[in-house]
Design a protein around this ligand. Structure first.
Ligand code: CO8
Length: 263
C-alpha cells in the first residue's frame, strides 16, 4: 500500500508475466492493487500481437491471491464497498478485454477475490499444492468480484452454489475434476513452463483469429443461444475479411507453415 506498486509486468518474448506482489498479505487485493491490475491489462492490449499471451501469477510461493484485502474492508461504508466491488469487476473486465489469452498460474491459495480474478482469466493452471474457495459467507459477505457470475460458468450452477454457500476450500483433485483447473503441475517451475508452452502453441495460430475467438467466447457467455449465435456469425464474417484467413487457407493448400501477419 501507500503508493508502492504491487503489480509488476515483465516481457519474455511473446509472453507477458503480470505478477501480484504483496506476499506479506498473501497478495490480497486492495483498491490500489485492483487499479494497478486494471491499468496493467489495459496497457498490455497495445502490445498485442507482439505479445501472444499473459501469465497472471502471485508472488511468494504461498498464495496466488488470498482474496480481497479484509483489513482494508473494515473502514468501508457500504457505498465504498460497492465502489471496491466495481473496481474488481473492472479489473476482471480488463483481463477479458485483452485480445490475447490470459492464463492464471495458481501456486497456493486462490480464495475469494483471488479465485474471482483467476476465473476472469481464459484458463487456470495450478500446482498440486493449490487451494481454491469462495469463503465470503464466512465473513458475512458474498463474492464481489464476479464469482456469482463466472464460477457457475466454470463448474456448473450446482457446484458453484455448493462452494459459495459452504465456503469450503477444495484442493487440486476436486478443482481438476470440476473443470475449474485445466491442468496441474508438480511445482511452480513446471507450472510456469507449462503455461509458457501453451502460449507458444497458441502463438503458432493467427493472432487475429485467437483474439476474435476470445472476444466471441467472452461476449457470448451466458447469452441466449440466438444472441450468441449472431455474435459468432458476425465475427465469422469478419474473419473472412482478414489477411490471416487468406494466408492460413493458402498455407494449408500449399502444404506449408502459415506466416500470420495479424491483419
Ligand atoms: N486480506 C488481507 N490480509 C490477508 C488476507 C486477506 N484476504 N489473507 C491473508 N492475509 C494476511 C494475514 O492477515 C497475515 O498477515 P499478518 O502476518 O500481518 O497477520 C498474512 O496475510 C498471512 O496470513 P495468515 O497468517 O492467515 O496465513 P495462514 O497460513 O495462517 O492462513 C489463509 C492462510 C488460510 C489463506 C488465511 O490467511 C485466510 O483465511 N485468509 C483469508 C481468506 C479469505 O477469507 N478470503 C476472502 C476474502 S473476501 C473476498 O475476497 C471478497 C471479494 C469481494 C469483495 C467485495 C468488496 C468489498
Amino acid at each position: 500500500g501507500d503508493g508502492e506498486r504491487a503489480v509488476r509486468v515483465e516481457r519474455d518474448g511473446k509472453v507477458a508475466i503480470v505478477t501480484i506482489d504483496r506476499p506479506a498479505a498473501l497478495n490480497a487485493l486492495s483498491a490500489s492493487v485492483l487499479g494497478e491490475l486494471e491499468a496493467a491489462f489495459l496497457a498490455l492490449a497495445d502490445d498485442v500481437p507482439a505479445i501472444r499471451g499473459v501469465l497472471l501469477v502471485g508472488e511468494g510461493g504461498r498464495a496466488f491471491v488470498a482474496g480481497a484485502d479484509i483489513r482494508a474492508m473494515t473502514s468501508l461504508s457500504p457505498e465504498e464497498a460497492a465502489a471496491l466491488s466495481r473496481r474488481g469487476h473492472r479489473a476482471a473486465a480488463a483481463i477479458e478485454a485483452l485480445p490475447a489469452p490470459v492464463i492464471a498460474c495458481v501456486d497456493g491459495y486462490a480464495l475469494g477475490g483471488g479465485l474471482e480474478m483467476a476465473l476472469a482469466c481464459d484458463l487456470i493452471y495450478a500446482t498440486d499444492a493449490s487451494t481454491f474457495g469462495q469463503p465470503e459467507v464466512k465473513l458475512g459477505l458474498i463474492p464481489g468480484f464476479g464469482g456469482t457470475v463466472r464460477l457457475p460458468r466454470a463448474v456448473g450452477l450446482a457446484r458453484a452454489k455448493e462452494l459459495i454457500y459452504s465456503g469450503r476450500r477444495i484442493g487440486i483433485d476436486e478443482a481438476l475434476d470440476s473443470g475449474l483447473v485445466a491442468r496441474s503441475f508438480t511445482d511452480r517451475a513446471a507450472l510456469l513452463d507449462g503455461a509458457r508452452a501453451t502460449v507458444e502453441l497458441i502463438a503458432t495460430n493467427s493472432p487475429t483469429a485467437v483474439g476474435t475467438a476470445k472476444r466471441v467466447l467472452v461476449e457470448a457467455a451466458g447469452r441466449p443461444t440466438e444472441v450468441a449465435s449472431d455474435i459468432e456469425v458476425g465475427a465469422f464474417e469478419d474473419a473472412f475479411r482478414t489477411e490471416d484467413m487468406q494466408e492460413g487457407v493458402a498455407a494449408f493448400l500449399e502444404k506449408r507453415e502459415p506466416r500470420f501477419g495479424g491483419a
